[in-house]
Write a protein that binds this ligand. Sequence first.
Ligand SMILES: Cc1cc2nc3c(=O)[nH]c(=O)nc-3n(C[C@H](O)[C@H](O)[C@H](O)COP(=O)(O)OP(=O)(O)OC[C@H]3O[C@@H](n4cnc5c(N)ncnc54)[C@H](O)[C@@H]3O)c2cc1C
Length: 321
Amino acid sequence: MSGVLVVIEQRAGKISRISWEALSAAQRLGAADSVTAAVLGAQTEAAAAEIAAKAPGKVIRIEHPLLAQYTADGFVLALQQLIQKESPAYVVLPHTYQVRDYAPALATRFGQVLIGDVTGIAEGPVFTRQIMQGRLNGNYRPTGEGPCFVSVQAGAFPADSSASSAATIATFTPTIDASQIRTKPSEPFRAGAQAVDLSSAPMIVAVGRGIKDQGNIPLVEALATALGAELGASRPICDNGWLPMERQIGSSGQTVAPKLYIAAGISGAIQHLVGMKASQCIVAINRDRAAPIFEVADYGIVGDLMEVVPALTEAVKAARQ
Ligand SMILES: Cc1cc2nc3c(=O)[nH]c(=O)nc-3n(C[C@H](O)[C@H](O)[C@H](O)COP(=O)(O)OP(=O)(O)OC[C@H]3O[C@@H](n4cnc5c(N)ncnc54)[C@H](O)[C@@H]3O)c2cc1C
């Protein structure tokens, strides 16, 4: 067993940001050219070419007509066969809904467990993941025989890779019979419902429960408009129906990494942080100086958002005149 296999997730040929983050996490585990990236589907040529441009080492297209749509059975069978052939020491996956669905079963096929939702990799390697709703960090060292399965949390690793030359591309055709697939896929969760793509917004002003009332949302909206930013929200705001669900940021909403993220009246619960902590510059406005959001903030304003936000809006407008 040697080398690192990273599984890149693609949907209709589009590769998610977290897959690039998984690639960069994989490159921390092994010499760049010992990393093999695998992409599954029925037509993966374009996705493989995109990966090859960013990944040194090797790209493997795992192609089969029965992989056209995601099924846990199909993905487990295909990856199991590739892992048996390639015999990697580590298998790195992005911690997506899909991976949560099939990766534990895949690990079990090798008598292993999945070290899920990893936020850090240290020498050893030692994998860090949060436990007890984010109150504690647990460190995990792989032991025993067999490949070590790891999934990485969104936003925990940079999305850039250390490629200096393009990878070679190979195709692997797994043996899958339709009778082995026990589920019938339907439309993917949330497909088409995402009218707002916050993940590509360069600036986001996000509002939390500190806003107190739906009637106060225009205060924050005005700041977003002045900046030319998108409006985002923590979960309670969307749960209350004060803003649409598609504006929710966090573990059960969108994952974003804008140049500027302003968090107004957001405490910084772990489920929110995982969706925005990769932002380049975080400004937090909160009247509680002990709020956890300040731990990830580049700039913190301790104060009442009802005063701070309108003042900021005026300052932005004045600066733009
Ligand atoms: C399975 C699961 C998934 C979840 N997914 C998500 C998710 O995707 N996204 C998400 O955001 N949450 C998610 N949550 C909820 C999360 O745990 C928190 O409850 C939520 O993020 C809190 O939102 P908040 O910060 O807006 O509210 P609160 O935690 O209530 O914080 C409000 C903050 O506003 C400050 N404040 C109050 N008044 C003012 C004022 N006048 N001026 C300035 N500051 C003020 C307070 O000091 C406080 O820090 C999830 C929870 C679970 C269990």
